[in-house]
Design a protein around this ligand. Sequence first.
Ligand code: R5P
Length: 274
Amino acid sequence: MDAVMPNFSDVLGPNVEVKTFPDGDSYVRILEPEMFKGKETTIYSRLWPEQNSRIFELVLLARTLRKMDAKIEGAVVPYLPYSRQDKIFLEGEALSIDILLNLFAESGIKKITTFDCHFIKSGRGEYEREGVRIKNISLANMLVEKAKKEFSKNLTTISPDEGAGYMAEKAMKKIRGEYIEGKEAYRRIERVEGVGEVEGKDILIIDDMISTGGTMVRAVENVKKAGARKVGVATVHAFFLKDSLDRIERMADYIIAANTIPNKHAKINFMEAL
Ligand code: R5P
C-alpha cells in the first residue's frame, strides 16, 4: 500500500488529507484507514517547503498508520531537510539531522529513500544513521544526460565545491566566510576557486542544491571569466530562494533541475529513478 501526502499530487494520487487549523496546528487524516490494516506501507511525502510542518505531519501520519496496524516499509522523502546540519560546527549547536532521523525511527519510519542527500556526498547507496536506513539515489547522471541532449553534446561537468564533486568530472573549491549578522543562519561564500581549463568549452555546473544561489552565481561568474563558450546550470534540489532564480536566469545559457522540489526548470522526474 502507498500512503500519499497531498504535496505529492504532481506524481502520485494522494490518499491522505492534510489541513491546518486556524491557529496553525496540523491536521492529518488517512482517507480509507481500513485499507492499511496489516499491509506493508510506503509513505510518500515532500518535506519542503515549510519543512517543520511537513516533518510533523509525516510523524502524525506514521504514528497513525502504526496504530492501524500498518507495517511501515519506509518513506520516500525526495529532499531531506536538515541534511546540512550533519555536524556540530559551533559548540552548543543542535545536531539537527540526527534528532530528525531519531524522531523518524521512533515514529516507525526505519527506512527513507531520498535523492542526493547532502551529507552522504555519493551516488546510489544505503547508509545507516540514528536507526534509519537511508537509501540515497543520485540524479546527477539523469541531469547530465538530459543536458547533453538539450544543451550541448560536448559537455564538461564541474561542481562548485568538493562536496558535490561526486556529481561531476571536476570540482571547484568553495571558501566560506563567517556567519552573517542577524537572525538568518547563513555563511557568506567568500569565493569559489580552481575553475581549471574551461576556455572555449561548454560547461555544465552541477550541484546538489541551489538554495540562495550564492554558490552557483559565483561558480558561473568564474567559469565565464575563465573563457567558457557556454555555461549551463544543473541541480537536484532547486529552492531558488531570494532573487537567485532571476540572477541565474540572467547569467546562464541553460538551466536544468529535478522535481524533488517543484520548480519551473524541473525536467527530471525523481520517480523514474526509484
Ligand atoms: C553546499 O555545500 C551545497 O552543496 C550547496 O552548494 C549549497 O548549499 C548551496 O547553497 P547556496 O545556494 O545558498 O549557495
